[in-house]
Every structure is written in structure tokens, then in C-alpha cells.
Design a protein around this ligand. Structure first.
Ligand code: PLP
Length: 447
């Protein structure tokens, strides 16, 4: 039978994967030369190349100050400190995001408070923020998840009304636009991971941006003692000389050198990815059971480099077929998908139980000033908790190679056209395990 699905013994749609289609980051001789030069000049721990990288990135984004660190996790923590987060404060964040969007808050003595996500964009639901704001709320952190721009107009309006700061976690969204303006330019600060798998990849690294001199200088004071000559404000200057956060957060210049080349290459690469991914989505737009997640055409919003591309899954259009069975069938055809998205953080025992530092209570509420900490430990967020069987990761094409992409489209269509043959052996129970704690932040391929 020509249409027999590969998972049922039929012929695979994609016999041999074209690895070049997915290769990332794209490293060239120019990168090698840039790194070699740093090595030969014995300049790994210098600052000149790092500062050049920061200045060029800040200029391209249109922000005043940029500060790099060894990873995105650190940049987010620095930004939180710099924006004034401290003991007893509350930080509102989406529950369905990578942990490094917000977990750092408890290292600063603050309490992460989670908000639900929008079922269509999978980003923080702007309507679920305001009622969580208390007199202790200092910051709202949002993630442009999977490159989807958050509704920044709504978030900023709420924040301004309540005099709360906003930090954008742009680690999935380098170059993405919200209504024509680049993400990372809306919040009081914005932070990006630059690690190898992200859209703008320099190896390991992080960067944060702000237009506010005090915020920038506080971050320098916190973890960059060798840059204290940049501190100009009198009230901060008196503390210069030692890192007040007891951190040393300098980026290696090997990575900054890679970063300078990547900054130059990224716009062209991003344009190609955008073409490839939009083509893939266009071809599957009107297919039963699936919905590409991307900004509306003509809205001025885009997904930038399309890191971690996600689709919605609509099982009722496919006879109730489980997402695990569906994604396995596609993978058997030679394409690759992964069921679910990041499991919600508010249910994880680290955030409901664990006493990391010996406070005698869960670290998350160690310094919580609100009168009902139990309610916080038992937060209920219906969309985050139920979304996993209804979203999945799709291939992330780096090249607009139509013939190769067409094969992946064919694999999706073949499974969708023949879904009925998958219903007999479907074990819907497996869908309940998507996003279980054990695999909360890893791949769910094992299902
Ligand atoms: C990758 C990532 C981070 C952390 O970045 P690292 O460079 O790995 O420390 C933070 N937030 C989100 C949303 C991420 O995907």
C-alpha cells in the first residue's frame, strides 16, 4: 500500500535527512579567524572585543546600554538586580517558560508569582497579570516564547499603571518584531541568551539591554568589578572596587569575537529562516488537526529566527488521535516533532516544596510578605496545566530549500490524511505524561 504509514510498516517519506538544512550555528572561516586572533593576541580575558560586541548589538537594537555575561541566566539575574528586585519583592512571570526566565528571583530573596498563558500565542496572558499585582510586586518578566511577540502594549500599560518594571526575556526571539518594532526595546530592560542553540548563537553568552544609566551601572556594580570605571553615579561610585553581588560575570572574548561575526551574519540568516518557516507554515495552514503558531500576516509582528517553532494540535479534527501517537507517526516518516511544550513551573516541586538554602520553608516563599503563602504554593493555572497535549514542536529549517522542506510537508500531510489508520492502537494515556516532572525541561521524544 503506497499510503501505508511508516509507523505501520510502510515506506518512509524522508529516506535520508539533509543535515545541512538544520545545521546551527553556521560557523565559517571568518569565525575561526576571529577566534584565532583572540588566542594569538592572548586576549581571552580582555574587554575590548566584548565592548565592541555590546556597542554594535546595542546600536542595532537601538538601546543605550548593553552588558554581556557568560550566559542568559546570568544576564537575567543581573537585570533583575539592576531593576531593583530584592528581598520580599514579587516577580510575576509566565509559568510555561524556561526556568531561567524567573528562577533567579529567589536568589535575590524575591518570590516568583506565576501567571497563565494565552492558549493561542502560548505567551503570558496579559489579562492574567493585573490581579496578581500587590504592593510588593517589583517586576513583570515576559518571554517571547517560541519567537511569538508578547502583547507588549497591554503588558506595558499594566506595568506603568502600577509602577512596576518590565523585563523582556528575548532568548527565543532575536530579531522578532512586535507591531514593527524589535522585541527587546519595550521593557525597562531586556535580556537574551546567546548560547549555541539559540537563534543568535555565540557559543555561551548572555546580554541585557536598558536605556537607563542607573540600571546599567547597578548591573556593573553587581557582577563586573573590572568595569567599575564605567560607574559615574555618585551614590553607586562609593561602592566601586568590589563586586557587590559577589559575582564575576565577564564574558570570554572568544565568544565575543564569534558574536561580532554572528551579528553581521544574522540578519541574512534570519531572513532565510523566515522565508523557509513561513513557506512550511503556509503549506500546512489549512491542514486538518494542526495550526501553525505565528503572528498574523500584515500585523507587523514577526518571529525573528523562529527558535523552537511550535504548532497547535487539534485532536478533535483527527478523530481524537493522541498527540504522542501523531508526533511519533510523523517522526517515523523521517521528519521530527516533539509533543508538548515546556511543563508549567508552578507545579514543579522546586517551586512548591524544596528548601534550597535552609530557610525552614520552601525557598520560593522564604521572604514572601503576603498573608497566604500556601495559596501561592498551590497556584492553579488552567491553560499552562492543560496545554501540553495541544502543542508540539516542528522542524526548524535554517535554509529555504524548497525540495527538502516539501518532503517534511509531505510527511505531515501523509500522517494527517491517514490518521484513521492510527486510531486502533492509540494509547491516549501517554498524552498525560507529556511534560511530566522528569522531562519537564527536556525533550519529550521518549514517549
Ligand atoms: C535559553 C534560555 C534562557 C537561559 O539562557 P542560557 O544562556 O542557557 O543561560 C533563559 N530564558 C529562556 C526563555 C531560554 O530559552
Amino acid at each position: 500500500m503506497e499510503n501505508q504509514l511508516a509507523i505501520l510498516g510502510g515506506k518512509k517519506t524522508i529516506e535520508k535527512e539533509n543535515e545541512e538544512l538544520f545545521k546551527w550555528p553556521i560557523i565559517t572561516e571568518e569565525h575561526e579567524k576571529a577566534v584565532l586572533q583572540v588566542l594569538r593576541e592572548e586576549n581571552i580575558s580582555g574587554l575590548n572585543i566584548t565592548k565592541e560586541f555590546e556597542t554594535k548589538y546595542a546600536n542595532s537594537l537601538g538601546r543605550k546600554y548593553a552588558l554581556t555575561s557568560p550566559n542568559g541566566t546570568t544576564s537575567i539575574k543581573e537585570a533583575m538586580y539592576a531593576l531593583g528586585v530584592g528581598v520580599g519583592d514579587e516577580v510575576i512571570a509566565p509559568s510555561s517558560t524556561y526556568w531561567a526566565t524567573v528562577l533567579q528571583a529567589y536568589n535575590l530573596g524575591a518570590t516568583p508569582v506565576f501567571a497563565d498563558i494565552d492558549p493561542d500565542t502560548l505567551c503570558i496572558d496579559a489579562n492574567d497579570i493585573e490581579h496578581r499585582i500587590t504592593e510588593n510586586t517589583k517586576l513583570i518578566v515576559v518571554t517571547h516564547l517560541s519567537g511569538m511577540p508578547v502583547d507588549m502594549d497591554a503588558v506595558m500599560a499594566i506595568a506603568r499603571k502600577h509602577n512596576v518594571k518590565v523585563l523582556e526575556d528575548c532568548s527565543h526571539a532575536h530579531g522578532a518584531l512586535y507591531k514593527g518594532k524589535e522585541v527587546g526595546t519595550f521593557g525597562d530592560a531586556s535580556a537574551f541568551s546567546l548560547m549555541s542553540v539559540k537563534s543568535l548563537a555565540i557559543g555561551e553568552g548572555g546580554i541585557f539591554f536598558t536605556d537607563n544609566q542607573e540600571v546599567y551601572e547597578r548591573a556593573i556594580l553587581y557582577g563586573h568589578y573590572l568595569r567599575h570605571d564605567e560607574i559615574k553615579l555618585d551614590e553607586l561610585k562609593k561602592y566601586a572596587g568590589m563586586p557587590c553581588g559577589a559575582h564575576k560575570n565577564r564574558l570570554s572574548q572568544l565568544h565575543a569575537a564569534i558574536g561580532l561575526v554572528q551579528l553581521k551574519n544574522y540578519p541574512g540568516q534570519m531572513a532565510e529562516i523566515d522565508k523557509a518557516m513561513n513557506y512550511f507554515c503556509d503549506q500546512l495552514e489549512n491542514t486538518k488537526g494542526i495550526r501553525p503558531i505565528r503572528p498574523e500576516k500584515g500585523s507587523g509582528s514577526t518571529k525573528g529566527g523562529w527558535y523552537y517553532p511550535l504548532f497547535k494540535y487539534v485532536p478533535e479534527e483527527l478523530g481524537g488521535l493522541s498527540l504522542t501517537r501523531f508526533t511519533r507517526a510523523i517522526n517515523a516518516e523521517g521528519s521530527f516533532t516533539s509533543p508538548g511544550l515546556i511543563a508549567p513551573m508552578h507545579k514543579h516541586p522546586l517551586l512548591t516544596k524544596m528548601d534550597v538554602y535552609g530557610h525552614g520553608k520552601p525557598t520560593r516563599i522564604a521572604n514572601y510578605k503576603g498573608n497566604n503563602p500556601e495559596a501561592l504554593l498551590n497556584q492553579s493555572l488552567p491553560v499552562s496545566e492543560s496545554i501540553n497535549p495541544f502543542a508540539f514542536e516542528v522542524p526548524w529549517f535554517k535554509k529555504f530549500w524548497k525540495d527538502d522542506i516539501d518532503l517534511h510537508i509531505a510527511a505531515f500531510k501523509k500522517v494527517i490524511e491517514n490518521y484513521e489508520s492510527l486510531l486502533a492502537d492509540d494509547n491516549k494515556e501517554l498524552d498525560k505524561r507529556i511534560g511530566a516532572y522528569s522531562s519537564a525541561f527536556g525533550s519529550m521524544d521518549e514517549y
